[in-house]
Design a protein around this ligand. Structure first.
Ligand code: ZN
Length: 380
């Protein structure tokens, strides 16, 4: 196991610093499926949960090789250090790193590599609130994410394989003043789905340069920067855990940490990044997983399709349909007819409840005399 993990790690080297050429060795090439090159992004799928000792051994053996750049060794050391942290500590460390004015690229690479490899199952919010409670955190839906990355639009690995339930999200809440505004009233020129050999994770809406682009829901701006093919991109985290992404902007009208309402102008449309002609590339994601925007928003009527949506796994993304209120849970009490010779302790044992609970269910004292044929509530 250790050997294969080591080989897998080696295949990452060219992506880290473009330093070595492991393809010449067929044994190493065998594990290349562990790395999926997706445009400029690298998705790292760890083969095993490596311990700190494994990393140390790997790094030591790398250092032993000739022509290993110092920057790579530093990066591996950072990576190893990050992997030693608990998730909460890690969030704190990453936040402090991102608060420094100039984050070295080598640190960013290590953090991103780590964030994409971290084993994080999707978490569903409890209940049907447009606002997921987030305690003392200034970040919306922090309970679901546990980190706040202001530099990378999609820092978490797609963990959809672990998501097998239907999730319901409330999109608008008039009581909580949680509304909706269409990002831009324009013609949809490209839909969500497979395009040019990869998934188009959003939809394209035609606009003119300088046209205002609006936040779809209230939330907090997480990212507002130039990022690879997105060009100038704004990511807003919403209070229900959804994130919306607005790409190819010409100008920013918001910055990370800005609290926005639905309809606030967060940027001006343009054609930055990998774009031909000015348009808005708009994505909706939940914990990093793309959701088909047109299943949530009617882009002809410029309104939400449903106030409550149900998200369900479909391939490598989530499909949205009309959510339904849950069946009201009608507690059905289980009854038992007391038999001759029964006593509370034995009945309690029989139904896996405590004597105290039995007494509470039936509003009786533990010393009450039971009689054969008496009806007792033994569970709910
Ligand atoms: Zn697009």
């Amino acid at each position: 196991m250790f050997k294969s993990a080591f080989v897998c790690f080696l295949t990452l080297l060219p992506f880290l610093v473009l330093a070595t050429e492991p393809e010449s060795n067929p044994a190493k090439r065998d594990t290349s499926t562990a790395v999926v090159v997706y445009d400029a992004d690298v998705k790292f799928i760890p083969e095993a949960n490596l311990t700190s000792a494994d990393y140390t051994a790997m790094i030591d053996s790398l250092i032993g090789l000739s022509s290993i750049p110092v920057s790579l060794v530093n990066q591996l050391n950072i990576y190893r250090t990050l992997s030693e942290y608990e998730n909460d500590e890690l969030g704190f460390v990453i936040d402090s790193i991102f608060e420094t004015p100039d984050v070295p690229q080598t640190v960013l690479n290590a953090v991103n590599l780590y964030m994409t490899s971290i084993d994080r199952s999707m978490r569903a919010p409890a209940g049907f609130a447009a606002y997921v409670p987030y305690g003392n955190s200034p970040f919306p839906a922090d309970e679901l994410y546990g980190h706040w990355n202001t530099l990378v639009p999609n820092p978490i690995r797609n963990n959809l394989t672990r998501f097998d339930s239907t999730l319901q999200l409330l999109l608008i809440d008039t009581v909580a003043n949680c509304g909706f505004h269409t990002p831009f009233e324009g013609v949809v020129t490209s839909h969500f789905g497979w395009r040019y050999g990869r998934n188009h994770n959003g939809i394209d809406i035609d606009l003119e340069v300088w046209d205002p682009v609006h936040a779809a829901f209230p939330g907090v701006v997480r990212v507002a920067r130039y990022y690879k093919g997105y060009g100038r991109v704004v990511v807003v985290r919403h209070f229900n855990g959804l994130e919306t992404i607005y790409a190819h902007l010409h100008r920013f009208k918001s910055k990370p940490g800005d609290v926005v309402e639905a309809g606030d102008v967060i940027g001006l449309g343009g054609s930055s990044g990998n774009s031909t002609g000015s348009h808005l590339h708009f994505e909706v994601r939940f914990q990093g997983v793309p959701v088909k925007p047109s299943e949530i928003i009617d882009f002809k009527k410029h309104q939400l399709r449903y106030p409550l949506i149900a998200l369900k796994k479909s391939g490598s993304f989530l499909t949205a349909s009309q959510g339904g209120l849950p069946e009201p849970a009608v507690p059905e009490s289980k009854e038992y007819l007391v038999e001759k010779g029964d006593y509370l302790y034995r009945i309690a044992q029989k139904f896996g409840v405590s004597v105290k609970e039995l007494c509470e269910f039936n509003q009786i004292s533990p010393h009450k005399h039971l009689y054969a044929g008496q009806r007792l509530i033994v569970g709910i």
